[in-house]
Design a protein. Structure first.
Lengths: 303, 374
């Protein structure tokens, strides 16, 4: 009864010896990625159930990083499809190599080949096909497919992504159906600037990622930046929490606090003093209005 | 339900019991407004096969990952989990943070029964009467006259300006159509000519913000009827939000074909009828989670901003940077002596492409033309 979503043969999860979400937390930690219970359970189930993982949350909470960490720990290539408005099938699935097809036709003509059927078979051959990320992910097994920022693509794109994700096949009219031998581990991310269609979400495990709490953020800074002192990490995390509560256009995510701390370390800072903080603020805040508002309200002065 | 026997799912001793327990849980969620449908419940059961059903945390996460579809679902999920499985703090969020109380405030005294029977009242007006009606302020009309204006609003459909879509079609000029060129070369044995293709067009998106605060009350129903006509004519390219003290998306409610039913649904969805306006905060909320890139933004409000006008100014400026056009519809603009003096209006004015009237049928026809030819 539950066979449809049961584990596929040779699931990567089993192969890598991941028997529980806790184990996955350990393995992700080795990749310098600190996952909490919810995210680890989500990723664990994604591996076991062969279901795409749909990660939603504000920019910079570590959605993309998770896909990278998963690829590293599974020792599988990461294949990334960055979405943008206007992304179409030719950019996401496959395209024919027009120039080489033409050359081939010209060469055949010069050699006196006129059999249309034969020519057609020749130019619609696999070697003239350019694999774009989705096709590449099906052909590369095992792999981790990252469909990044799907909310930026038009909703038509969701329709053919759904088609690919529902049975891990792509049909190419001239060539036939390409089927994944080992379905890729799929991570879809969204910043939620647009509501993604429910049909797609239903195919996935849905996880909402929040900014980390103070303790976790300190832990992440220390884990990722070995030179960082505990004092500095705590001060940056506290400042970041203040900035997130300040109603900014773009509150800093973990990615930004990491950048910011790195910038401070580069300047030789052992503590977050207001002058250095102001000088490096551009690493954390990306809008002029935000920088001005933070400086004028004195939000960088800590206790 | 056993609380100490190990966990929530432990009541179901075999798979059948577990399935029944989880199906019941999904039903509870659906009642609370989470779209936990059959397929998702199925996925939950699949997920539990890989986890430890005696661990409450595993059950909590398996359910949350498979049954929820958005951040709005999460507080409801936590509450239902608590209620259904009980006795355990599964959540890190405070449960009950969200109130789902909804008020139904009538759009006018007659809005409720006005739904289907608008026909009876007004005799079909003569051409000149209609013409007069067309220019009169809807706030000053009798019920019968207003009903007639609303009927004409429902028929309003001037079309929608087009923007380039991502799709292509064969064309005499444009980009090289590689696939068709190769096809033809195959058929004819040589590349006789290069075939071309060009983008098709699709309707340009409209995002309409309707101010439902107290000062706009005389115009609210007419505006919503106008919104309904827009949604009906371009359902996929129109988004409507009610704004007052909070931002409420009402596009889905307005999709219904019958204006009365659609308005009823929309009015039930709006929790803050006839309050004040905090347009700045609400546009900020909109911009934080949604965008209006390339769309025509229409703000229908009198600009009586209860919040900080300078915040409204900044947010309209942000909107103007990403939108194709920003049009402000102000009912009072229809009068000759009108000057944009309200705080909100003055803050927003520098960033607007158009400031137009919104008090009469003629004004809405004009607006509709603008959307068709923007």
């Amino acid at each position: 009864m539950l066979g449809r979503t049961g584990e596929a043969k040779g699931a990567i999860g089993a192969a890598a010896g991941i028997e529980s979400p806790d184990r996955l937390v350990e393995l992700l930690d080795r990749q310098a990625y600190l996952a909490d219970e919810g995210l680890a359970t989500a990723a664990f189930l994604a591996l076991r159930m062969r279901r795409p993982l749909f990660l939603e949350g504000e920019a910079g909470v570590g959605k993309t990083e998770l896909a990278k960490a998963l690829a590293a720990l599974l020792e599988a290539p990461l294949i990334r499809l960055q979405c943008y408005e206007g992304l179409d099938a030719a950019q996401a699935l496959y395209d024919w190599d027009f120039a080489r097809q033409l050359l081939h036709l010209k060469a055949a003509e010069a050699a006196g080949v006129t059999d249309v059927g034969r020519l057609e078979g020749e130019i619609y051959d696999r070697r003239f096909l350019i694999a774009r990320p989705l096709l590449k992910a099906l052909e590369t097994g095992p792999s981790v497919l990252l469909v990044d920022e799907i909310d930026r693509a038009d909703d038509e794109f969701e329709a053919f992504l759904l088609e690919v994700l529902s049975d891990y096949t792509i049909s190419i009219p001239e060539l036939g159906t390409v089927r994944a031998t080992t379905p890729p581990v799929v991570v879809v991310t969204s910043n939620r600037t647009r509501e993604v269609h429910d049909a797609l979400k239903r195919r996935c495990l849905y996880h909402w990622l929040e900014h980390p709490g103070f303790d976790r953020e300190v832990a992440i800074l220390l884990r990722r930046l070995p030179d960082c002192t505990e004092t500095l990490a705590a001060q940056v995390a506290r400042a970041a929490a203040r900035l997130r509560g300040a109603g900014l256009v773009k509150p800093p995510g973990v990615a930004e606090t990491l950048d910011w701390t790195e910038a401070l370390l580069t300047l030789g800072a052992k503590e977050l003093d207001p002058d250095r903080a102001a000088a490096t603020l551009g690493a954390a805040l990306k809008y002029r209005e935000d920088v001005e508002s933070v400086l004028s309200r004195g939000l960088l002065r800590h206790e | 339900m056993s609380e100490d026997a190990g966990g929530p799912a432990a009541t179901g001793e075999d798979a059948g019991g577990l399935a029944a327990t989880m199906t019941g849980f999904a039903r509870t969620l659906r009642a609370a407004g989470v779209g936990a449908d059959h397929e998702r419940t199925h996925a939950l059961l699949g997920a539990l096969r890989h986890l430890d059903v005696t661990r409450p945390a595993d059950v909590y996460w398996a359910g949350r990952l498979t049954l929820c579809a958005g951040p709005d679902d999460l507080p409801r999920y936590d509450r239902c989990f608590q209620a259904y499985f009980g006795g355990r703090a599964a959540s890190r969020r405070p449960a009950g943070a969200v109130t789902v109380t909804r008020h139904t405030l009538a759009l006018g005294d007659e809005a409720g029964d006005d739904a289907g029977e608008g026909e009876q009242e007004s005799a079909p007006g003569s051409a000149s009467r209609t013409e007069l009606l067309r220019h009169r302020d809807v706030a000053a009309l009798t019920e019968a006259e207003r009903a007639e204006v609303h009927r004409m609003l429902a028929m309003l459909s001037a079309g929608r300006a087009a923007r380039r879509s991502r799709r292509f079609e064969p064309a005499a000029r444009g980009r090289l159509d590689q696939r068709r060129t190769i096809r033809e070369a195959l058929r004819k044995g040589d590349v006789a000519r290069l075939l071309r293709r060009t983008h098709t067009v699709r309707p340009r998106g409209v995002v309409l913000f309707v101010d439902v605060s107290g000062s706009m009350a005389p115009y609210a129903e007419t505006l919503l009827r106008f919104a309904h006509a827009l949604v009906r004519s371009e359902p996929r390219a129109t988004r409507v939000y009610a704004v007052g003290t909070r931002l409420t998306p009402i596009t889905a409610e307005l999709r219904h074909r019958d204006p009365g039913t659609a308005l009823d649904a929309a009015s039930r969805a709006i929790p803050d009828w006839s309050g004040g306006t905090r347009l700045g905060e609400e546009l900020q909320e909109f911009l934080g989670r949604r965008h209006a890139r390339g769309d025509i933004v229409v703000i229908a409000s009198d600009g009586w901003e209860r919040g900080d006008p300078s915040l409204l100014g900044t947010q309209v400026a942000r909107l103007a940077r990403q939108a194709y056009r920003v049009i402000w519809v102000n009912p009072h603009k229809g009068y000759d002596d009108y000057e944009p003096l309200t705080g909100g209006m003055r803050a927003a004015l520098p960033y607007l492409d158009d400031l137009v009237a919104g008090h009469s049928l003629a004004a809405y026809e004009d607006l509709s033309e603008r959307l068709a030819h923007a």
